[in-house]
Design a protein around this ligand. Sequence first.
Ligand SMILES: [Zn+2]
Length: 437
Amino acid sequence: MDQRWNMVSKTKRLLRRSLIGLVLMTGCGIAEAQTVVIHAGTLIATPGSPAKTNQSIVIDNGRITSIVDGFIPGDRIIDLSKRYVLPGLIDMHTHVVGMEKIDETAPSQWVTNLSLQRQSITALKAIPVVRQILLRGFTTIRNVGDPASVTYDLRDAIASGKVEGPRMLVSEPQFTLPGGALSNDVFHLTHDAVALVGNRGACSGVEDCRRAVREEVQRGADVIKLRLADTAALDPRIQTIESQDEVNAIVETAHQLGRTVAVHTSGVDRETLLAVNAGADTIEHGPQSDAVLLAMKRKGLSFTPTLDTYRYFAPILKRLGITRDYYGEARASVGAAKRIGVRILYGTDLMPLYADRESLEFSALVDAGLTPSEVLMAATINAAAALHMEKEIGSIAPGKAADIIAVDQDPTRDIQAMEKVSFVMRAGKVVAPQLGD
Ligand SMILES: [Zn+2]
């Protein structure tokens, strides 16, 4: 009897505990439905426009409903009265399941190691990566091609609240023309390795490229990533595999299906101009010549220089015997893009290998000649415009998603303030600091 009674009371205790848990959880649910008011000491609602002091941001059901002068009461007050409040950041170029480590003695393994890993392991490893991205203040990322097929599911898991992370816009493959991109000078991929990393985006001929884009959009692509054939561009014997017609077909089909096209380039004008002429949307990496930048300006393309990645890889490329000063040239093309008036976007080329550098692109772009305000624009309203999502994200304004961050120092004076984001709200939910922080 005693034993039985013990079991019953134990069950009751457990039940009571879980009931308390349930009540607490429901309590949180009610709190979320209440009007939340952020008291912003300095509000940089739209980077590039003047900041305002002592503002209240009213949030209801994950959306910003109004911005009011002075500090007003609300069901729940979030006190950021001593801080600088900005819209959630947008990283336009990530690879959340990209390279984890590199062995400089075997560059050909950089990509293949990942392809050989089980997809479930790849997906599990990505969960802390996306969480960290969010905690750094990036509430939206554009993830453009990984050597695995897990990022559509990861995006959907985040959207449904199963995994904590930023809003993701994804292209799983990188579209290439067969024989090109991944057999470049750095990777020296063997024939077998090319087959392993061979991706769904490989297409040849206009009709085949149209088919490949349509299939990928059906599979779940938010954006199409085109990786131009580096080697082909450098080697005149195989230049026929990259034709203007094929690139046009990819861009045209993507646009018909309401998708933008992000184009990986590698500092070869002839290949980059194929994408510019085709009317793609964003040109990734560099360096870019003035001729390319002028053409981009004319056609309205944006530029994601991913400058800090060049800074990171500069000594490594040197040790691998690559003499071209990509970092120096890429840095100069950021200054040229500013002068010519090309819209510049914040993109880090983030990979697990150097994910902790995600916020260093801020100082890299300032070093290259942008003002702190221009860099903040690159990571907010400029990026939102390039994504055609300016109604949803990119600034703090009524009707937009409540993606809001705060830093302790004035980032328009010292951009390094962006390296220590102390508050993150994503769609009205406070992600950082967490309870007990
Ligand atoms: Zn990349």
